[in-house]
Design a protein around this ligand. Structure first.
Ligand code: MLT
Length: 407
């Protein structure tokens, strides 16, 4: 018999959203008449906007004719999309990012879980607690997380995000090599100020660490003081890579298109201390492991930047932000302590009387048919919290809140 990857076997329990789905299935099997409303997984509900759909139709036409057909594309993405990204997401905000620093992919989850393979197995990793589980589990599968002690991995450095620090991770006192930061944050919905982010960039310069910056939710920032990209901070090009996605900003969770920015200045070393640009290593990795995001998906993503596309998408995002404001208000007026929801599509709510997250999840589902995500699934500091997503429809979100008010 072939031996399995011990590190994969060592992962505890099921993946968070798989466990949520399992409990929802169990509930629906005995409550067939009750309509379940999901404010759980952050999956979009608004259909693709017309400008994006038109671009997909056009791309399908291209694929139907021999002279405009596209087979394998470049692993790093077509130039038309990489140039649109540079110009709209970076140059328009005063940042100088070149097309060959952009790597288009099929998803930020895919990139953020694969990127760790560029680093030595002994590198130490820091994550916020609570944290998007993918960062931790990808490193655990690679054998970098150490042993699971029943609630945490012993080689991962957890950065507690609690009410005391405004749910913002603070630089650790021990040395770490890799730091995952997610801003605006999943799951707490909070966002770092420019000063807080600068502190992280300075920290990385001082200690030689690399920041893996997940800004999948940047389109939801409504406070002009919050940076949209880590590259708005001086010095970030030498210490950070950034992950972005069209999933939440253009409704692409089912289309799949995202990108990673790896600046030319960002380097690692071999065992003798010789530097290697990470940009070249990620290119090497993607050339070997990825055949590119589909042509129709990339044309659709390009259309998200057109004048009509960006206007239509602004409307969709504002709709989700209105849901977030409604969720935040509703929970606060019911007497709960809640944060987030202003610069992010997530609201982070403290359970009443420190009720364990999964108990509150079960209670909410059982009494109201509304699904949340238990904070404990994101880490120890998430215990006693739940996360609500604003990605539902307006009507369902309203109905969910009305049911919760009765609870
Ligand atoms: C979430 O609910 O945290 C996200 O939908 C998961 C993801 O983006 O992979």
């Amino acid at each position: 018999m072939v031996r399995a990857n011990d590190s994969l076997l060592g992962l505890p329990g099921g993946y968070l959203f798989a466990e949520v789905a399992r409990r929802v299935r169990r509930y629906t099997s005995s409550h067939a008449a009750r309509k379940v409303i999901s404010l759980g997984i952050g999956d979009v509900t608004h259909p693709l906007v017309p400008a994006v759909v038109a671009a997909m139709h056009k791309a399908a036409e291209d694929m139907s004719r021999a002279d405009t057909f596209h087979g394998y594309g470049p692993a790093g993405g077509y130039a038309f999309l990489r140039e649109a990204i540079c110009s709209h997401d970076y140059a328009a905000r005063g940042m100088d990012i070149a097309p060959d620093e952009i790597f288009v992919s099929a998803g930020a989850k895919e990139d953020v879980s694969q990127f760790q393979s560029l680093f030595d197995r002994n590198c130490t990793v820091a994550v916020a607690d609570p944290v998007y589980p993918v960062y931790v589990e990808a490193n655990a599968m690679a054998g970098r997380a150490g042993l699971w002690n029943g609630s945490q991995w012993d080689r991962i450095v957890y950065l507690p995000c609690t009410a005391a620090n405004g749910f913002m991770p603070e630089p650790p006192s021990v040395h770490v090599d890799l730091i995952y930061l997610c801003c605006p944050n999943n799951p707490t919905g909070t966002a770092m100020s420019r000063d807080a982010l600068k502190e992280w960039v300075d920290y990385a310069h001082r200690t030689g660490a690399i920041i893996l910056y997940d800004s999948a939710y940047e389109a939801f920032i409504s406070d002009p003081a919050i940076p949209h990209s880590i590259f708005e901070i001086d010095g970030a090009r030498e210490v950070a890579a950034e992950f972005r996605s069209f999933s939440k900003t253009a409704g692409f969770t089912g289309v799949r298109c995202a990108y990673t920015v790896v600046p030319r200045e960002l380097s690692v070393t071999d065992e003798n201390g010789n530097p290697f640009p990470l940009n070249q290593l990620w290119k090497r990795h993607q050339d070997a492991c990825f055949n590119g995001c589909s042509y129709p998906a990339q044309r659709a993503a390009e259309a998200a930047y057109s004048a009509s596309g960006s206007l239509q998408l602004r409307g969709v995002i504002n709709g989700y932000l209105a849901n977030a404001a409604m969720i935040l208000d509703a929970f606060r007026s019911m007497g709960y302590t809640a944060v987030g929801g202003v610069n992010a599509p997530y609201v982070w709510v403290e359970t009443p009387n420190k009720m364990p997250s999964w108990d509150f999840f079960d209670l909410m589902l059982d009494k109201t048919g509304v699904v949340c995500t238990p904070g404990a699934g994101f880490g120890l500091c998430g215990e006693g919290f739940i996360r609500l997503t604003a990605f539902g429809t307006h009507d369902e979100t309203k109905e969910a809140l009305a049911r919760l008010a009765e609870l």
